[in-house]
Write a protein that binds this ligand. Sequence first.
Ligand code: SF4
Ligand code: SF4
Length: 159
Amino acid sequence: MKFLSMGKVVLRSLFGKPSTYGYPFTPREYPDTLRGAIGIDIDACIFCGLCARKCPTDAIEVNRQEKSWTIKRMQCVYCSYCVDTCMKNCLWTEHTHVVPDTVKQVDTYKQEPPEAEEEAAEEQLETPASTEASLGQTDSESAGQAETPEPQEGEPADA
Ligand code: SF4
Ligand code: SF4
């Protein structure tokens, strides 16, 4: 009987589905509940710094003046405290881990000013020149209008 049960195990091992993955040749399939690398919607961030204060490994740095958010990827332990803390819901866990590397990966995300603000700033810079131009035009035009027209031949001088 022992021989038969051992034979079953041998056959299952030989022809059954392997219990291991052929990583790295076969990509790993992660479960839906995986807490992976931290992602951020930098445009929604208000740089309050709560996530950085909550992080147990000091993996996050927030710079309010420069409007930047930095994460030291190799320092993150995927606890997800930062995600739970963010009141703007701009952090989440990706469905993948950070790829192992020999260099410590540090990612910085910077908030750019909105296009409308940029355009307004550009307009402000252009305003003095355009104002001068328009003023110049107005002066010459008004000067031209102020000139009394020469009386034409055959026309009375005072009309
Ligand atoms: S808690 Fe959220 S809003 Fe505050 S700095 Fe972190 S990512 Fe930005
Ligand atoms: S998941 Fe945890 S360790 Fe990683 S950055 Fe967020 S708070 Fe820090």
